[in-house]
Design a protein around this ligand. Structure first.
Ligand code: ZN
Ligand code: ZN
Length: 138
């Protein structure tokens, strides 16, 4: 398994939402995360607190932003996700299903395994959605 800090599926989802909004002018609000995850704000606050303890987020004037290590973990999960769904689709799985299953493993898989899969599937430059795979960790 990964030698990285362990996160839960819900922590992963919150991290992904924060990362997806990173290029926007204003940091994502608690209520936005709450809406996207269909969870109550106190639950989200608790999730963010745990991500803060793990060094992935920090509070800035009441807003929550990703730290440097949060950003790199986010990128890694996104990359893992794209590689995993590409693998499944290449083996005949429906894309929506592959995407959903990948969400449950993209934050758990270790570098070595994902690198092996990436090599085996011929180092694709895009996932089946057409999103880039850059393979930045090496
Ligand atoms: Zn996907
Ligand atoms: Zn995709």
């Amino acid at each position: 398994m990964s030698d990285e800090i362990r996160i839960t599926k819900k922590e992963r989802d919150a991290l992904i939402i924060l990362g997806n909004h990173i290029d926007e002018e204003f940091p994502v609000r608690l209520v936005d995360i709450s809406d996207e995850m269909s969870l109550k704000p106190p639950t989200i606050l608790n999730l963010l607190k745990r991500l803060e303890d793990k060094g992935y987020v920090e509070r800035e004037k009441g807003m929550t932003v990703l730290t440097k290590s949060g950003i790199s973990r986010y990128r890694e999960i996104v990359e893992n996700h794209r590689i995993l769904e590409t693998l499944m689709v290449k083996n005949g799985m429906d894309l929506d299903r592959a995407c959903l299953i990948s969400e449950n493993i993209d934050f758990l898989i270790d570098h070595e395994s994902i690198d092996n899969i990436f090599e085996k599937i011929g180092k694709p430059s895009k996932c089946p959605h057409g999103r880039k795979i850059e393979q930045f960790h090496e």
